[in-house]
Design a protein around this ligand. Structure first.
Ligand SMILES: Nc1ncnc2c1ncn2[C@@H]1O[C@H](COP(=O)(O)OP(=O)(O)O)[C@@H](O)[C@H]1O
Ligand SMILES: [Mg+2]
Length: 247
């Protein structure tokens, strides 16, 4: 499949996916996921370990081939395109474990993430991102010298450098200091005000409550419940998914 078919003009959601399926041998990691995220919307993806959240991100970002399904960015089909082309189309992501260049500076890590062909604006953008994420004081340190939380901020900063339309965050605040969490929250809020769309995998329910407009709950590769924080918090299915089966 190629980026040939546009969706009809009424469906220009920044991110849409239909019928996504991914199997690993006998395991169906993603078993038919449909998803649509609006402009400026923050959607949380929660679910127990192994429920397919990271695989879903890899499918959307083009980092794993799909077995079935289609993906659109701003109504343009990106199904089957390589990850770098999907990135150029406006999608940026972080990884559960930060993927930084350890042996160059924080600032150079940001510059290296700049959008192709926009090198001129990159130094100024890097300064803005350093300020936004409050890491200006370590701009000249090596990435390897940062704390784990600061590395997560830098990973998020590399996403910001690309002025993305859609951002996928995989456990961006897991295990970080509350101060770093606050910085990340404020940055997400600011970007969303500018119309950036977020899909976030998050285990911290406090974080989910604070930033997510809508939550989808995954279990065994499927979306089992979807709704506001209040709506899902009391949901029996959610409690079963989290408490009924420890993996
Ligand atoms: N590269 C892979 N090869 C084989 N199995 C995988 C691979 N990635 C994920 N899986 C399996 O797919 C399922 C979903 O995994 P994952 O998407 O990482 O879940 P989550 O992010 O929700 O914890 C799990 O059973 C996992 O073991
Ligand atoms: Mg995961």
């Amino acid at each position: 499949m190629h980026a040939a078919d546009d969706r009809d003009a009424t469906n220009r959601a920044p991110l849409a996916a239909a019928g996504l399926v991914k199997r690993f041998g006998g395991v169906t990691a993603v078993a038919g996921v449909d998803l649509e995220v609006a402009s400026g919307e923050v959607v949380g993806v929660i679910g127990p370990n192994g429920s397919g959240k990271s695989t879903l991100f890899n499918l959307i970002a083009g980092m794993l081939p799909l077995d079935e399904g289609r993906v659109w960015l701003d109504g343009r089909e990106v199904t089957g395109l390589p990850a770098w082309r999907i990135a150029r189309a406006g999608l940026a992501r972080t990884f559960q474990i930060p993927s930084l260049f350890d042996n160059i500076s924080v600032r150079d890590n940001l510059l290296a993430a700049a959008v192709e062909g926009d090198w001129k604006r990159a130094p100024q953008r890097a300064d803005e991102v350093l300020a936004l994420l409050e890491i200006g004081h370590v701009a000249d340190n090596l990435a390897s010298e940062l704390s784990g939380g600061q590395q997560k901020l830098l990973e998020f900063g590399r996403v910001c450098m690309r002025d993305p339309r859609v951002v996928l965050l995989d456990e961006a605040t897991a295990g970080v200091h509350p101060n770093i969490r606050r910085i990340m929250l404020e940055a997400i809020r600011r970007l969303r005000e500018q119309g950036v769309t977020f899909l976030v995998i998050e285990h911290d329910m406090e974080m989910v409550r604070e930033i997510c407009d809508r939550i989808v709950v995954m279990d065994e590769g499927r979306i089992v419940v979807e709704g506001s924080f209040a709506a899902i918090a009391d949901n029996v299915e959610v409690q079963r998914a989290y408490l009924g089966r420890q993996r």
